[in-house]
Design a protein around this ligand. Structure first.
Ligand SMILES: Cc1cc2nc3c(=O)[nH]c(=O)nc-3n(C[C@H](O)[C@H](O)[C@H](O)COP(=O)(O)OP(=O)(O)OC[C@H]3O[C@@H](n4cnc5c(N)ncnc54)[C@H](O)[C@@H]3O)c2cc1C
Length: 317
């Protein structure tokens, strides 16, 4: 018997958005829940004081698969994305969340909902917060598609005594991100500087204001290297910001600093992926998608979400 009721998608990052869009287009009823204040996940733009904005998660998108290439072209044509700095890099406009919001247009999206438990009821599922409070108005779902990073997905599976082989094997590198506004000149030369030395403190520096649709100049996003981030993962954000500013001063000219903040990404870049487009257990009505399946890029997360939607559609046919 197929599973043809409403589908719950946990996570409104690019994978969850892709899955919800594909399922909605196939006529399926979908509810998307995310614990964040808005959608986007690691495609994120953070507000600072005044008009300051920083893309503090994914920096840009690349597209190689024809399905994703077509989507990025459509976003670009409609002003939801634009090329940035050559090398086939695209960014969301006016911020990195814009493409995700676009995919979710018209979808039943409920933000500020941290799912803490999956509760089985016959062949269906209910969702609850960690303390048992019902979510999604107590609705029942024929399937639950998990698109949050694997540790969070594992916890939800465990809450129902379930597992999906492969989810536990995914490994992520953390990343500390510095957001900085200063009165100095924009980064000389290219809008980006990369350092691939694994022992470097800072692996990536970008002039955020050089991205299309952003306020020009004086806003920098710098990512610490995976090794530095791992070694300093539990440090206080203020302390990390201070130390990353010191490291940054060695590399780029900085004027008077107007704003600084650090953000910790515990699960930033996939180091070990499942190696399959998605995981789906039709009998249980449970699935897993996201960059944990195919690797650490927005495009891979999108393709994974799409694959999971296709599996759920095929199962209901
Ligand atoms: C610092 C950084 C830089 C990056 N740079 C690039 C780059 O330049 N190019 C590139 O292609 N990729 C980059 N990436 C990787 C890229 O951002 C990810 O691969 C992609 O965005 C992952 O999408 P996703 O949908 O799989 O997961 P996510 O975007 O993480 O979405 C998962 C969602 O699940 C939600 N969630 C988690 N737990 C729960 C819960 N219990 N209940 C409800 N909701 C929950 C979260 O709030 C989140 O919104 C970068 C990532 C980081 C962190």
């Amino acid at each position: 018997m197929g599973r043809d009721g409403t589908i719950a998608i946990i996570g409104a990052g690019i994978a969850g958005a892709a899955a919800s869009r594909r399922l909605s287009e196939a006529g399926r009823s979908v509810v998307v829940l995310d614990k964040g204040r808005g959608p986007g996940g690691r495609m994120a733009t953070r507000r600072g004081p005044g008009s300051l904005r920083f893309d503090h998660g994914a920096q840009y998108v690349t597209a190689r698969d024809p399905r994703f290439v077509a989507l990025v072209e459509a976003w670009t044509a409609r002003g939801v994305a634009a090329p940035w700095g050559g090398a086939e890099r695209f960014v969301g406009t006016p911020g990195m969340t814009a493409p995700v919001r676009d995919l979710l247009d018209g979808v039943d999206l409920r933000c500020g909902r941290a799912v803490g438990r999956l509760v089985r009821e016959g062949r269906h599922w209910r969702l609850a917060e960690a303390d048992g409070t019902a979510l999604a108005d107590g609705m029942t779902f024929s399937s639950v598609l998990l698109t949050c990073p694997s540790p969070q997905s594992l916890a939800l599976l465990a809450s129902a005594g379930e597992s999906l082989p492969g989810v536990a094997d995914v490994r992520y590198a953390p990343c500390w991100t510095l957001m900085l506004a200063h009165d100095g000149p924009p980064l000389p030369g290219a809008p980006v500087r990369e350092d691939r030395d694994p022992d470097a403190t800072i692996a990536w520096v970008a002039e955020n204001g050089s991205k299309p649709g952003r306020e020009a100049g004086g806003t920098i996003v710098a990512h610490a290297s995976p090794s530095w981030s791992r070694a300093n993962l539990e440090c206080a954000a203020d302390d990390v910001a201070e130390r990353l500013v010191t490291a940054l001063r060695d590399r780029v000219p900085l004027g008077e600093i107007r704003y600084r903040a650090a953000h910790r990404w515990r699960y930033a870049a996939v180091e070990q992926a499942v190696g399959e487009p998605c995981l789906f257990a039709p009998a249980a009505g449970l699935g897993f998608a996201g960059d944990g399946c195919l690797g650490p890029r927005v495009e891979f997360a999108y393709l994974s979400g799409l694959a999971l939607a296709e599996r759920a559609i095929a199962e209901a046919a």
